[in-house]
Design a binder for this molecule. Sequence first.
Ligand code: NAP
Length: 279
Amino acid sequence: MAILDGKALSEQLIDSVKEKAEKLHPTLAVILVGENPASMAYVRNKKKACERAGIEYREYKFPDNITQESLLQKIKELNEDDSVNGLIVQLPLPEQIYVPEVIRAVAPAKDVDGFHAYNIGKMFLSPEFEDLPPATPLGIVKLLDHYNIPIQGQEVVVVGHSNIVGKPISMMMLNRNATVTTCHIYTKDLSAHTRRADILIVAVGKEKLITADMVKEGAVVVDVGMNRNSEGKLCGDVDFEAVGKKASYITPVPGGVGPMTVAALILNTIRATERQNKV
Ligand code: NAP
């Protein structure tokens, strides 16, 4: 078994954009609502990555009780601000906020999270149109490519069909000519599918959902899940110890997909800035 080292690759990718950042002076604006500890930790990592890459980072903090109207107003302002190249609204948002409307409000050209329907829709065409794909799926593709893991013709099984991970990674795998199966809560016999996977991508949010008997010998296993176990330690959706013995490659949690998501956000910010500057 070999580790897919997302942490090391993430640092390499972030360092690789420094020269471009120096020329382009990109700026990323991050809207953070409330004080959710996980969101605050994610935002800190994004800030650190921007500093490392040479991207200007601006944070806009709002209290939990912000209204939909005020939030949309801030987004509009940042959309119209020419000094801002990338704009993200950290999720989750408090109950009174209707998330689809927030996602729709971000200008597609600045949508470096890749959540807007325009950017998602373009992904359906071909890899050439994946201009601003969602950050986590982009990070996964970069990780597989770096380790020269073939995708074309492979059986790829994705577990989870969320709009930000499961569905877009399924599409990106299909764009690269894999045979893709997407599983979810209504899938009748999950292990019948996972056992066929050459590449198994799991994005559910359930500790040890994937056990060794559910994985084919030699499979590549990508664990997107981020959970806290009973001891409060960060863990994924895959039983790492047992599955690691069967897999050819596996991502650790932490140190796998998480840092790659941050690197992908940086790549998207550079890409958005280049497109705005017609580079
Ligand atoms: P989500 O929106 O909650 O989606 C979870 C998906 O899993 C849903 O499609 C759900 O199906 C499906 N599911 C639930 N139980 C299942 C089961 N027993 N068998 C098969 N499928 C099942 O979550 P998400 O945003 O995609 O995130 C998934 C996990 O990845 C979370 O732990 C999250 O923290 C983590 N995550 C990590 C990163 C990173 O950078 N590492 C980024 C994003 C997310 P239904 O919709 O039908 O219920």
